[in-house]
Design a protein around this ligand. Structure first.
Ligand code: ZN
Length: 193
């Protein structure tokens, strides 16, 4: 069973994602699938900034939670939590893949433009939320790696998690294992001592 601190932490991370998605919708509106090259630039720039800002918050929340979780379990010693960042290049490539590149490809295949626009919005929203929450998840997993008392970490799923996440729920992953996610994954990690 995840601790109360872990459940609280998962809740604040999900609230952060929700707030991020509201901003995402405002930004995404400026992307016109009939004028991809004319509209994508500023959208990309704003999304990268949004992901970096909210990602920093996600990492900060995870770091504070990590210490709290440790304190509550009365784990001895100290840990230097590591605030995770994601390289900007990686974010840009991901956004272009789900945004302009996929849009152009589906339109070229003759798909209904309205369907393409709807689908791209959903996929891009999932990607943005995932990038933001990856900051917090990586902060926990990376901090555990340098924590002498940690034995591993467990995946804590959200209600309605997909079968992939359910399968790994509650299993202890060894230190050094990366946190595998899919678009729109809302899971978090809890360090096992
Ligand atoms: Zn998940």
């Amino acid at each position: 069973m995840p601790s109360q601190a872990t459940l609280d932490h998962r809740r604040v991370q999900l609230a952060l994602r929700k707030a991020t998605l509201r901003d995402f919708l405002r930004i995404w509106r400026a992307f016109d699938i009939h004028d991809i090259s004319g509209t994508w630039g500023p959208v990309e720039e704003a999304l990268v900034q949004l992901i970096e800002n909210r990602g920093r918050m996600s990492s900060g929340l995870a770091s504070a939670y990590y210490r709290q979780h440790r304190r509550e379990l009365e784990v001895p010693g100290r840990v230097n939590t590591k605030l995770a960042t994601i390289p900007q290049d990686e974010i840009v490539v991901g956004l272009r893949t789900v945004g302009p590149l996929a849009t152009a490809e589906y339109l070229a295949r003759g798909r209904d433009p309205e369907d393409v626009a709807d689908k791209r919005l959903v996929v891009a929203a999932g990607a943005v939320g995932t990038y933001v929450l990856n900051h917090g998840r990586e902060t926990i997993v990376d901090s555990a790696r340098t924590d002498r008392q940690a034995r591993g970490w467990e995946r804590v799923v959200t209600t309605g998690a997909c079968s992939f996440c359910q399968k790994f729920s509650g299993r202890t992953a060894p230190l050094g294992t990366d946190f595998a996610v899919h678009w729109s994954c809302g899971c978090t990690a809890e360090t096992v001592f």
